[in-house]
Design a protein around this ligand. Structure first.
Ligand code: PMP
Length: 381
């Protein structure tokens, strides 16, 4: 199987896995326990917290471990909105864990503004500025999109929200592996990340919350209990997961720049090979405003669901993995203004750390063969 679905999830890096295995075998004590074994585990968690904090340009006291980005997004949005009431602002292309939180708040009586995006999937700082109201409790905009890879102008939006004194949340789940993040430069007050998109484990994530924000307001926890994570996220900490996340972040920090270049090269090879075999249109850009490792494209006259079913040796997706069970056309591609036919023929391809050149060439040939025809000679009905 050639795995080209790194936006859905990444394999665990063997270095990360080795650290997790060692911790799972030996360091089982509860990090909340006062005995020596517990204190040793707490030190491992503290080290991982430090690694994540450095990676984000944050303080250790601003890092909260969660079960993933879905929980981090829920905690950020409901945690802030719960105390302030009023109005929340987000965009039409956010992950469902953001959009559904906002929809939930809508049912609870909040006003929700969902900003439209341009043809590349981008929202502007000006749109955000124009949407703000005196009672706006929160703005939530993602760093990079999980279907069309668009990088949003977070620093510009951050300047707008800072000026207005409105808390700003950024879902950085897809961008963290590829875009430099400094929370102060971006002007974000809350930021989410996930382990399994950066070659770390599943079931662990991070919410950054600025000390400034926690000093100004009490965020409401989703989980009450033993008071872990300074009362914001109760529950015994997932030691192996957190250590794995820390190791994954350390690897990212070391290799991100040259790795991004290599991945962009592989994507170019894939697209070049495919372009010799079938007709397609790009739904996402391949320039600086987009993630380097991923592309969304529409194969002319092809039903992508059907294509995927016959493509047994290549893992790509028709859209976000979290929504691919639904029969609905991708809401992200719809928000870009693409026609239903083009959305029906769309696939998302993303290369990763362990992808080789031969694999992308073979994958392009297999995708083309699975279309069942040369679309230039014999357009499908
Ligand atoms: N936000 C984005 C942009 C994502 O791509 C994902 C994962 N598909 C999530 C949030 C949810 O992350 P997790 O799987 O860690 O809950």
């Amino acid at each position: 199987m050639i795995y080209l679905d790194h936006q859905a999830t990444t394999p665990i890096d063997p270095i990360v896995l080795a650290e997790m295995t060692s911790v799972s075998e030996r360091q089982f004590a509860n990090p909340g326990s006062p005995h020596r074994a517990g204190v040793a585990v707490a030190a491992l968690i503290d080290k991982a917290r430090g690694v994540v904090a450095r990676f984000l340009g944050a303080r250790k006291s601003e890092i909260y471990f969660t079960s993933g980005a879905t929980e981090a997004n829920n905690l950020a949005i409901k945690g802030v909105a719960n105390r302030r009431r009023g109005h929340v602002v987000t965009t039409a292309v956010e992950h469902k864990s953001v959009l559904d939180c906002c929809a939930f708040l809508g049912v609870e009586g909040y006003d929700v503004t969902v900003l439209p995006v341009d043809g590349e999937g981008r929202v502007s700082a000006r749109q955000v500025a124009e949407s703000l109201r005196a009672d706006t409790a929160l703005v939530s905009v993602m760093l990079a999109n999980n279907e069309v890879s668009t990088i949003q102008p977070i620093a510009e939006i951050g300047r707008v929200t800072r000026h207005a004194g409105v808390p700003f949340h950024c879902d950085a789940t897809q961008g963290a592996g590829y875009v430099d993040i400094d929370v102060d430069e971006l002007g974000v007050d809350l930021l989410s990340m996930s382990g399994h998109k950066i070659y770390g484990p599943k079931g662990v994530g991070v919410l950054y919350v600025s000390d400034d924000l926690t000093g100004r307001m009490d965020l409401v926890p989703l989980c009450h209990g033993g008071g872990q994570e300074r009362g914001l996220r109760a529950g015994t900490l997932n030691t192996a997961g957190i250590v794995g996340l820390g190791a994954a972040v350390e690897l990212l920090a070391e290799h991100r720049t040259e790795e991004s270049r290599r991945l962009a090269g592989l994507r170019a090879v894939f697209l070049d090979e495919l372009s010799h075999l079938v007709d397609f249109e790009l739904n996402s850009g391949t320039g600086p405003g987009f993630l380097p490792h991923a592309v969304s494209l529409s194969l002319t006259g092809v039903d992508a669901q059907w294509l995927l079913a016959s493509l047994t040796d290549v893992a790509v997706s028709t859209g976000s993995a979290c929504n691919s069970a639904s029969e609905e056309p991708s809401y992200v591609l719809t928000a870009l203004g693409l026609s239903p036919e083009r959305i029906m023929g769309s696939i998302r391809v993303s290369v990763g750390r362990f992808t080789g050149r031969d694999e992308v060439v073979r994958a392009a040939r297999l995708v083309a063969a699975a279309t069942g025809h040369d679309s230039r000679e014999r357009p499908a009905a």
